[in-house]
Structures are given as C-alpha cells and as structure tokens.
Design a protein. Structure first.
Length: 203
C-alpha cells in the first residue's frame, strides 16, 4: 500500500477503535481514492458494521473480495465474513445452529452438539449392543449383539437428547406433541456477534 494510503488506513483504524465510525469511513474513502486496496474496503465494512449499516457493510466486503488478488488468506477471510453477512436473515435449522457458526462461540456450540449427537447415538445402540461376559468366561470369545434389551429403559434419555438437539427450532411442546419451526435470529443480534469477530486491520 502506498505511504499516504497506509497512513490514512492507520488513522481510520484508530478512529474505529475510538468509536468515531463515520469519520473512519470518510478517511477510508480518502485513502481509497489514492489507492484501490482491499484492506481499505475491509476496514470500511467493519466501520459500517459498527454503525449497523448492514447492507453497506456487505457491499464493502464484496468489494474487498474483488480486490483481493494474490492475497489468498485474506480473500478466504473476506469470503467467510461475506457469507455470514449474506446469511444474516436466513432461518436457522438445528444443524446450522449447532455446527454452522464460526468463531469461539461456534466452536463451543460444535463441541456441545457433537457430545449430544454421540450420546444420542450411544443410547440408540445400547439396546442392540451388549458385552456378553458369561460367554467370555466360558468360551474365551465375545458376542456383542443382543436384541433382548429393554427399549423402554432408553426412551426417556433418547427423547431428552432429541429435544435438546432440536431445541433451537423448538416452538412448543405439550400434550399435542412437539412443534418445530426454523428459528429467525434478529439480524442485529447475529451481526453483533459477527462484528465481534471482525476487527479492523493495519496494513
């Protein structure tokens, strides 16, 4: 990046950190007139996000992607952020809620969703699979399949795990049964989480 544009980019980043987002956008535009650089558009998108101007943030991030020639890692990051911005108003199904989010929060959700899924699979297999210790003692061999186990023992934990796994889509539960619907997280809440993950960058 040219020296003048680099200095202005640094100034813009500092303004973002000071909470002066409108001024930062003007500075990034001034720098962009000197040099059309992807980093300037990225930082401009960050400033728009802080102002809750989501459509402008998406446009700026798209422009950053288009200017990312040769910077492979930065382009990947921009694509990832852009996809999250584009999905801000899409409904959330249970699998997306548990396994589709990025960042630290997404990592925690994926771990929790993975544990629940493994437990559910284990409870579904338990009535079918058992270790026959008597056969081991008598004939020195194992037989794992046992179809005589009581399924009722496992109905409550299986039902609880299924409800927990589907809880992001759970609308109501009662005598009539369980009603599910896609969850719509308000864009402001979803983008607030995105904004925490996207920080302005110095060159």
């Amino acid at each position: 990046m040219k020296a003048d544009a680099s200095l202005l980019n640094t100034k813009g980043v500092i303004l973002i950190r000071l909470g002066r987002y409108e001024e930062a956008i003007g500075v990034f535009d001034e720098a962009f007139n000197i040099e059309a650089n992807h980093l300037l558009m990225f930082n401009k998108a960050v400033a728009f996000l802080r102002l809750n101007r989501f459509n402008d943030a998406e446009d700026a991030m798209q422009r950053a992607v288009e200017l990312c020639a040769g910077d492979t890692q930065f382009e990947k990051d921009c694509h990832r952020h852009l996809e999250r911005l584009r999905k801000r108003s899409q409904p959330i199904i249970w699998s997306t809620w548990w396994f589709g989010e990025g960042g630290k929060v997404g990592w925690v959700k994926r771990c929790a969703g993975g544990v629940i899924s493994v437990l559910l699979l284990a409870y579904l297999l338990m009535p079918l699979v058992s270790l026959n210790t008597a056969l081991l003692q008598e004939e020195r061999r194992l037989w794992w399949m046992s179809f005589g186990r009581d399924w009722q023992t496992y109905l409550i934990p299986v039902a609880a795990l299924v409800i927990l796994l589907l809880s992001p889509m759970l609308k109501s539960i009662g005598p009539q049964g369980v009603e599910l619907s896609p969850a719509f997280t308000p864009p402001e809440i979803r983008l607030r989480d995105i904004a925490k993950d996207i920080q302005p960058k110095f060159d």
